[in-house]
Design a protein around this ligand. Structure first.
Ligand SMILES: NC(=O)c1ccc[n+]([C@@H]2O[C@H](COP(=O)([O-])OP(=O)(O)OC[C@H]3O[C@@H](n4cnc5c(N)ncnc54)[C@H](O)[C@@H]3O)[C@@H](O)[C@H]2O)c1
Ligand SMILES: O=C(O)[C@H](O)COP(=O)(O)O
Length: 630
């Protein structure tokens, strides 16, 4: 421990999340008729002083007069403040205890409530500099000790001058009065603390911004409760990812950047630099080249089901874990498909278009019920299987074909070949995934094998169907109705025109890839994907990753966690363990899972170890990525 560095920490809105005098007002003015108005006056006075817009001393007198507080109000105030200590302060108690000699609380608040809060964290009473109240005989707060420097304008400066600390001084606070210490030349650096409140005028003057105490500790190489400040994790969200996701990432403390549409490969290559988490939907292509430009990427969130737009193998080579939302929009796709099947069987789209043109075309010709019709589902995964259940409830006979063995639901019948399904079905609905081998799996041959006058739906992926063959089948009457939601090329944003040979064809429903675009689905996805990503970042848990070996890890308790991603070649685990053994590291638990490409080893170790082990782990041959968690 060094004696020549001092850390000056503010109390209100820094050590605690709140301004104590505002909270005192909430308590002391209970039952007061115009409480809200008085509290607002108190808050305005606090903010005026904190932003450097008004005299501190004058504001303090006015605030105390408005408060009408009594000694008996202090106990509930202290209880409240104990629960409102800033999160990053709470988790870094160890720092306060270890550096007690060097930490000073300098506040224009009052010792009566500051002392009981901060001493719990190991801060020494003699290192607390704050005002004190004056009480009358009935215990009413009637003023403050006017001899105390901290009640004066520029009081913190006067105090620091008097203290004449020898060594480097760093100030952490949210208010203008904290900045003034640095301005007066009494501190090396002022950090605007923005975990609880961002005061633009203070941030503008600060040498640096500390969105949490972690950032301050990280910069000063001081002991930290977590391994990496969360504000350093940059998240890039494309394609209008739901606001819920933004909210969750923000709450976690990450830095968020959003783009409303997709980005081209070149644009993404540029934007991906320094990004730790990339969030996309079905449009953005994450290619090998994009990954080569990603210097910090830890994981990708596909805020959808399909992941064919991501080069999953290159992600493995780069140690980037991919997560998606495998079930969040399943129901939405199925509901749309059911609706479209009925609309197409009744020619509703064309009839509706005619009505808008003033044409009354009442006829039953070509309109049929869906009951007793044979629905052929290609791809009996989550969507296919759920469609099967709802279609049966409507009285349809369901047939399905899948390349893998799938449990048949209800009375659905399995077809051994695609041809068999095509020959039997009145309605064919495609729900396979977008893997490369499925490109153009549906072409002239498949349409030819279908019944005449079939109804065809594609809500899976655009590249699966050969579009000219579909157009031909519609024009020839082979397909008498179609619903298409996905296209080989889709506009990058709503501002781009949709160009396709499908436009203008009869009894064809065209939708702009909205199978999964319902409010419910998007909100579910916006919650689910960030939860997986945060689990992965915070604990290493890779459960439900699309490409990583899936490991569900126990909670990290009283240990440090070494997370090692490596190429799956012989001998890596042996090398890891030999590094740990040669550094005399005590292993508390070890978990390994591999897939064809990578190995994922998690080792929980005793907190006391030589930091050299971290460098040694990075040097293990075949290492792709290594990080440590605590
Ligand atoms: N339109 C939309 O907005 C929208 C929304 C969600 C999903 N999707 C697409 O739908 C696809 C399916 O979603 P899911 O959740 O049911 O996926 P899933 O992985 O649960 O099911 C896909 C099924 O298709 C089967 N399959 C793959 N290739 C096949 C082939 N050539 N022949 C027969 N069967 C084959 C697989 O074995 C699997 O059972 C997604 O991959 C996505 O591309 C589109
Ligand atoms: O894969 C999916 O979930 C769908 O294709 C939806 O994609 P979107 O999020 O781009 O609408």
């Amino acid at each position: 421990m060094t004696k020549d560095k001092y850390y000056i920490i503010d109390f209100d809105s820094t050590f605690t999340q709140v301004e104590a005098l505002d909270e005192l007002g909430e308590i002391s003015l209970e039952g007061e008729e115009n409480k809200a108005a008085i509290l607002q006056q108190i808050r305005d006075l606090t903010n005026g002083a904190m932003e450097g817009k008004s005299s501190f001393t004058e504001g303090l007198s006015k605030r105390l007069a408005l408060l009408k507080a009594n000694r008996r109000h202090l106990k509930p105030l202290i209880q409240l403040l104990q629960n409102r200590v800033s999160d990053s302060i709470k988790r870094n108690k160890e720092f306060f205890q270890a550096y007690a000699d060097n930490i000073l609380i300098v506040s224009s608040g009052f010792k009566e409530f500051i002392t009981p809060i901060v001493t719990e964290y190991g801060i020494k009473e003699e290192n607390i500099y704050a005002n004190t109240f004056k009480f009358d005989e009935q215990g009413n707060i009637i003023g403050f000790d006017k001899e105390n420097l901290l009640c004066l304008d520029r009081g913190k400066i006067k105090l620091l001058e008097e203290l004449a600390l020898e060594g480097d001084v760093y100030v952490l606070g949210d208010g203008y009065t904290d900045y003034e210490i640095k301005e007066a030349g009494l501190a090396n650096k002022f950090y605007a603390f923005t975990e609880n409140i961002v005061r633009d005028s203070v941030v503008a003057k600060a040498d640096d911004v500390a969105p949490s105490l972690d950032e301050f500790l990280y910069q000063h190489k001081l002991p930290m409760a977590i391994s990496y400040p969360k504000n350093r994790i940059r998240v890039l969200l494309l394609e209008n990812v739901h606001p819920k996701a933004i909210e969750l990432f923000k709450r976690e403390g990450y830095q968020i950047e959003t783009v409303s549409g997709a980005l081209s490969e070149d644009e993404l290559c540029e934007r991906i630099k320094n990004v730790s988490v990339l969030g996309i939907r079905s449009k953005t292509q994450v290619t090998k080249r994009v990954l080569e430009h990603a210097n910090k990427l830890m994981c990708i969130g596909a805020f959808c089901i399909g992941t064919n737009q991501i080069d999953l193998n290159s992600c493995l080579d780069a140690g980037v874990a991919v997560f998606n939302a495998p079930y969040s929009n399943t129901r939405s796709v199925v509901e749309l498909a059911i609706g479209e099947i009925i609309m197409l069987c009744r020619n509703v789209v064309d009839k509706s278009t005619k009505m808008h043109q003033g044409i009354w075309d009442k006829s039953a010709t070509g309109s049929v019920e869906v009951r007793d019709k044979k629905l052929g589902i290609i791809g009996y995964g989550s969507i296919g299987a759920q469609l099967s259940v709802l279609a049966e409830a409507l009285g349809m006979d369901v047939y399905y074909y899948d390349v893998i063995e799938r449990l048949q639901l209800g009375n659905a019948r399995k077809c051994e070949t695609l041809k068999q399904l095509l020959e039997i079905s009145d309605i064919v609905s495609l729900h396979v995934d977008g893997r490369t081998s499925n490109k153009s799996m549906f072409g002239a041959e498949e349409f030819a094998a279908m019944k005449d006058g079939v109804i065809f739906l594609n809500l899976s992926r655009g590249h699966i169907v050969d579009l000219p063959a579909l157009v031909e089948a519609i024009k020839s009457g082979k397909v008498r109705g179609a619903a298409v939601d996905v296209y080989p090329y889709e506009p990058a944003s709503n501002n781009e025109e949709f160009v396709s040979e499908l436009r203008g064809l009869p009894n064809v429903i065209l939708t702009p890839h909205i199978g999964g675009s319902t409010e419910e689905a998007q909100e579910n996805i916006g919650t689910f994907v960030p939860s997986r990503i945060m689990e992965y970042i915070n604990s290493g848990n890779s459960y439900q990753s699309v490409n990583f070996p899936n490991i569900q890890l126990p909670e990290l308790k009283n240990a440090h966690r070494l997370i090692h991603i490596h190429q799956n070649v012989p001998g890596v685990l042996a090398n890891i363990n030999s590094v740990l053994a040669s550094n005399q590291v005590n292993i508390l638990g070890q978990y390994l899972k591999t897939n064809e490409q990578i190995g994922y080893v998690i080792t929980d170790i005793d907190k006391l170890y030589d930091k050299k082990v971290i460098e040694d782990m990075r040097q293990v041959p075949a290492t792709i990525k290594f990080r440590i968690l605590y």
